[in-house]
Design a binder for this molecule. Structure first.
Ligand code: DPP
Ligand code: ZN
Length: 876
């Protein structure tokens, strides 16, 4: 297929001002009548053909201004409808298409999930419902009439506000009409029809509007919506208080469905969610699930302003809504929980998901310039790095100018489909800072490496930091320009206090943020009264790979004393990472792993430090993952050596400080009733992190505790933590625990996902065979994206040593599975294949196996566009 290019953007030749949809539902045959009010754009020559997008459509009627069109007046194909010579003035087009919702396994457009009709239109699903100008810069006002059998679908939902509803006389059917007054692009259209239970609440906005809040779920799940509802109300209040944004309809509906390709979707007034991000009970959801629900509910709600009211001109601008909205949801969660803990979690995610993407063949700029399949650009780079770019902007111009810039953006672009340039212009105006160089963050792919060398001159009272930035070539970008990097810096003195320099030269500053802009930049801090240890890149002020010349003792000093909690965590991680890389090299030579006494002492101090919040201590104790270690090694990676080194390292710590671990494990026991709040969750996180050490240490008594923990647990967080350790450490109680868990949760799909996942991620040689067997388990279904992700996705992306098996069997299995899945659900298949993104960094034997698997797929002639795009980019 021909690629789509940013520079080819043209405004649409025709405009659609209103859309009237009449949707008559039936499982195998749904009729969609679309009445579109069209008008030629002023710069379009009269008589220019009107070309509408379609995908797999069947046209069953067509008329223009009430007249049935004759054969020569139009041409039609499943993917295209052309009106050869439309009227010069405004006109109305009526299109009838007939769909088969049950046959729609792609889960794009109109489909059925467990008997519920639902839609997914982002990015280009609306064209699977009717012929349309399916592009985000075509904004129209929608009125939707939905009709179905009462028995089949007592609930009928559309975008906007409900207008009327009632029976269809003389039939067993009924209808509902919804009207959305806010012009919107087609990707925000949605409808739902089904037999659903409803949990209701209400919210009064700061503007005095009473909003009905409803969450629709399958019958029986009503009791699992409290947390989602609570998160929604907190999100609505927070957006008013922090961004001055109020909700703008009389109703806000959320529907949870079990078959959904993504996490959730921000359709105007009618969000559709994957069950996973709505349903939670202490018995079935972990603390992480609760936090995920809070974040995703907020994310979709925040889209109402950043995405819906102000949308994207074209899909290259996807980060305009996604990066910004992720930034907003991160800030929300930081305010709801611990800011430091949230920041660490976000940076861990960025490093584990986005950094590898940026370092491999799938690297692309935050704003890409070319795509074959837009579905493949809902990536960590667009979302997570996109959020980092907004965070950097705030850091460079300061909080006040950032708020002023946001206000200006909302004022100036409300109701528009706009661009990154227009967004940045608001902040440039609000701050007076030239953002020209900064905009390269949207254009250049790859993670900059920032090297820092420091020289301290005692007599002169002067610290000199030399920054060197480098950005490696990435696909289609051989040469890179220097970036504008915000580096937040503090100087820690030996007595635990921050040293304040009398002057800083060599860089512009915003508060404690240095503006680093040139390939080599020397910054001098003068007037220092003692030796400083520089705390660099505080709060992870830029998404770069920092290589400083600080030695282990300086880093461990920062780990214990830095005023910036993020950097305390980062300093310890950095020492641990260096040690793990050395241990990996040693493991490859069959050497035993040892941990330096200073590092052991730092761990012990952390475990026992009650002045720190438990959630933070838990994060400090969690070792970098195997994929993180592999990424830092960067080339000729042997995943077995990484696994062996990390396992031995963890065992050494567990054994060396066993009594401290045990004591804190006991101290974190909570007697009170389960509550998902951040404080209780933090205690569980620390306790369960320590459990992981106990289960992986050499002391059989410690090992035995894991089984007790499993049996005594009264909530999913504890139960699943124990199950994970039992399974991953292959402890004696494993099989019994897996069986007991399966028995308990057989009827709870989200809990069964965890059961599949924990087995798929076990780092043992028998795992691949087990995964193969589990594809035949009665609860496994290739049609359910959550289940596929839980088993095959988790194996491919979450099991470094077994996916990357030396014999290549892991690669072949995943490639074969994806190949089959592609016939059913190309989007899910393509996503699964992105697990291959780091194949070039493997040692030669594994690299050859991975390449062979990719080439085998590339040679297939009937791959979807989604799959072909990923496979070919992986190989480029
Ligand atoms: N726009 C959606 C989201 O990010 C993606 N399905 O929330
Ligand atoms: Zn989003």
């Amino acid at each position: 297929s021909a690629p789509v290019r940013l520079e080819d953007y043209r405004a649409p030749a025709y405009r659609i001002s209103t859309v009237h949809l009449d949707i008559r539902l039936a499982p195998r045959s749904a009729k969609v009548r679309a009445r579109l009010a069209l008008e030629r754009a002023s710069d379009t020559a009269p008589g220019t053909p009107l070309v509408l997008d379609g995908d797999d459509l069947r046209l069953t009627a067509l008329s223009l201004d009430g007249r049935v069109l004759a054969d020569g007046d139009y041409t039609v194909a499943p993917d295209r409808l052309e009106i050869v010579s439309p009227p010069t003035g405004p006109f109305t087009l009526e299109i009838e298409t007939t769909l088969d919702p049950d046959a729609n396994t792609k889960l794009m457009g109109l489909y059925r999930s467990n008997g519920t009709y639902c839609t997914q239109c982002e990015a280009e699903g609306f064209r699977r419902i009717t012929y349309f100008l399916d592009r985000p810069d075509c904004l129209a006002v929608y009125t939707t009439r939905i009709e179905a059998r009462v028995g089949e679908a007592p609930v009928l939902l559309g975008n906007g506000n409900p207008v009327e509803s009632g029976p269809v006389p003389g039939t067993d059917r009924h209808y509902a009409i919804w009207h959305d007054p806010h012009p919107k692009p087609a990707y925000l259209f949605a409808m739902v029809a089904g037999d659903l239970a409803c949990v209701s609440d209400s919210f009064r906005t700061c503007e005095g509007r009473d909003v009905a809040l409803n969450i629709y779920v399958e019958h029986g799940n009503e009791g699992a919506c409290d947390w989602a509802m609570d998160s929604l109300k907190r999100s609505m209040r927070w957006d008013e208080e922090v961004f001055g944004r109020a909700y703008d309809l009389d109703v806000f509906n959320i529907v949870a469905v079990s078959d959904f390709n993504m996490g959730a979707m921000e359709n105007k007034g009618l969000n559709i969610f994957n069950d996973k991000y709505v349903l939670a009970r202490p018995e079935t959801a972990t603390d992480q699930d609760y936090a995920g629900i809070e974040t995703v509910i907020a994310h979709e709600y925040f889209h109402n302003w950043t995405g819906n009211r102000i949308t994207c001109r074209d899909w290259f601008q996807l980060c305009l809504k996604e990066g910004l909205t992720v930034f907003r949801d991160q800030e929300f969660s930081a305010d709801m929980r611990s800011r430091a803990v949230k920041r660490i979690a976000d940076v861990r995610l960025l490093k584990s998901h986005q950094f590898p993407e940026d370092a491999g063949p799938l690297a692309h700029p935050v704003r890409p310039r070319l795509y074959h399949e837009i579905n493949n650009f809902y990536t960590a780079t667009v979302y997570e790095k996109g959020a980092e770019v907004v965070r950097m902007l705030k850091c460079l111009i300061g909080d006040e100018a950032f708020r002023a810039g946001m206000d200006l953006y909302f004022r100036r672009h409300d109701g528009e489909a706009t661009t990154i340039e227009a967004f940045l212009a608001c902040f440039q105006e609000a701050s007076g800072l030239d953002l020209g160089q900064f905009s390269l963050w949207y254009e250049q792919a790859g993670t900059p490496v920032l090297k820092v060398d420091s020289v301290y001159e005692k007599e002169a009272g002067r610290l000199t930091l030399t920054f060197r930035q480098q950005l490696a070539p990435s696909p289609k970008q051989p040469d890179k320009k220097p970036m504008h990097i915000p580096v937040r810096v503090g100087l820690m003195g030996e007595n635990d206090e921050e040293l304040a320099p009398a002057a800083i030269t060599g860089a512009d500053t915003t508060g404690d943020v240095l503006h680093i802009r040139t390939p080599v930049q020397t910054v001098v801090f003068s007037g220092l009264t003692g030796r400083p240890v520089p705390s660099l890149l505080r709060g992870f002020s830029a998404p770069v790979s920092l290589k400083s010349d600080l030695n282990e003792s300086d880093l461990l000093f920062l780990a214990a004393h830095d005023k910036d909690p993020f950097n305390r965590w980062e300093a310890l991680q950095s020492v641990v990472m260096t040690a793990l890389i050395a241990a990996t090299a040693g493991a490859a030579r069959q050497e035993a792993v040892t941990v330096s006494p200073a590092l052991i002492a730092a761990f012990a101090a952390n475990v026992a430090d009650d002045s720190l919040e438990p959630a933070f201590r838990a994060l400090c104790l969690q070792l970098p993952g195997e994929a993180d270690i592999a990424r830092e090694i960067g080339h000729d990676v042997d995943p077995d050596a990484v696994h062996a080194a990390r396992t031995a390292f963890r065992r050494a710590i567990a054994d060396d400080i066993a009594p401290t671990i045990r004591a804190t494990y006991e101290a974190m026991r909570d007697e009170a009733e389960f509550s998902p709040d951040a404080r209780s969750a933090g205690r569980r996180a620390l306790r369960n992190t320590l459990l992981d050490y106990l289960g992986h240490g050499s002391d059989p008594a410690g090992n035995l505790l894991v089984q007790t923990h499993f049996e005594a647990s009264d909530n999913m967080t504890d139960r699943f933590a124990a199950l994970s350790v039992l399974t991953h450490a292959a402890l004696p109680g494993r099989d019994a625990a897996l069986a007991a868990y399966e028995e308990r949760y057989r009827a709870v799909p989200l809990a069964m996902d965890k059961w599949f996942m924990v087995q798929a991620t076990a780092p043992t040689a028998s795992t691949l065979e087990r995964v193969r067997q589990l594809t035949g388990h009665p609860a496994f279904s290739a049609g359910n994206p959550n289940r596929v992700r839980a088993l095959i996705g988790a194996f491919a992306s979450g099991n470094q040593s077994q996916f990357n098996r030396a014999d290549g069997a892991g690669f072949d299995f995943v490639a074969d599975f994806a190949r089959d899945l592609d016939r059913r659900n190309p989007q899910a298949a393509a996503r699964m294949m992105s697990a291959f993104r780091s194949w070039r960094a493997l040692e030669p034997g594994r690299r050859a196996h991975a390449e062979a698997a990719l080439r085998r797929l590339a040679a297939e002639t009937d791959l979807s566009v989604d799959m072909r795009d990923i496979v070919e980019r992986c190989l480029q």
